[in-house]
Design a protein around this ligand. Sequence first.
Ligand code: NAD
Length: 381
Amino acid sequence: MVQGLRQVFSEGRTREYSWRARQLEGLKRFLVEREAEILEAVAGDFSKPSEETWFTEVHYLLSEIDLQRRMLKSWMKPHRVHTPLRYQPGRSYYVCEPKGVVLVISAWNYPLQLALAPVAAALAAGNCIVLKPSELAPVTAALLSRRLPHYLDADAFKVVQGGPEETGALLAERFDHIFFTGSARVGRIVATAAAGFLTPCTLELGGKSPCIVDRDTTIDVAARRIVWAKFLNAGQTCISPDYVLVDRRVERQLLEALCRARENMYGHCSGQRPSYAKVINEHHTRRLHSLMNGVRVVCGGRVDISRCMIEPTILAGVDFSSPVMQEEIFGPLLPVIAYDTADEAAELAARTGTPLALYIFSRNRKLQRFFTGRIRSGSVC
Ligand code: NAD
């Protein structure tokens, strides 16, 4: 299969603007024409509300594709740059080129978006693609495999379903680029396999994203935003606030506001309501359940293992040696930890490594700059 794709790439059609534009058009048509099936498939994997799926998966991809379509011509043009004296009287350009055959390996938590955003980029860049969706979201993976090739150039785009074994078989092949979304553990396996071929990789990994709440902020607004961002997709979002560090002087106030916001958004029986996603499987439900050991549940906390449901849960009495602070939570548990000084908060946040995102609730610009200077992160909000 990979050799076949290499052959298609070498014939050159994927380099053409018209081919690339057609693929992006096809991807968009897939999202529009198959919207109902997509919403149903994601609900099959997560039993979550279709509004949430549309917002976080379909709409996200439509805007991504629109951007690609808008920018494609200008990205494909050679960009003239200054020529240094020693190369005069030459002219200098840089030119973006397709890489060849690209492998996209995706995670389960946003099973459509995480698979198709890198696919859109790789198509816009004129590559042939093998997509390996996550086996943990099997209904969406099956839909992608069954429908998507009909909307794209099926000679240049393949879907391979399966888990570690099938991914291992793919990694034994030479690709020209690998785009991986998932855990650091599997990221190491992917990077090691790629190194054998000197294949460049993009690794989109996880981590513990801290959320710092200073006393100089509107606590109710901070609480609402934290609850929204944390419990979207039942906390199974890579940039979800993993834990909260709060100025001790407003700790009680924040805990009360978080519980109020949680109550307003999800109600008493939030774990039972279809307007809230389930945990992906029993294994992860048990893992998350065990992270509640030895800490205080401030609100929420009910778990139904057989239905993979965990209520949106706020935790206190947590310290950095608690099990819940040893790994990325990736579920609907929110530990709140108090700090006394900004130095202490920065030191605590730095202990959990470089996060994808850092959230700061403070009106104090000096303090914002202090935290962004001390804590390295993929993005800051
Ligand atoms: P995972 O690493 O378990 O799996 C990711 C992919 O790797 C899947 O397609 C899976 O089939 C494959 N895989 C699993 N084991 C393998 C093995 N032994 N050999 C080869 N391939 C293997 O990750 P996951 O549980 O699907 O996703 C959760 C993680 O992804 C979290 O850490 C989350 O933060 C991260 N994530 C990151 C982003 C981002 O954009 N940075 C987005 C979403 C999720």
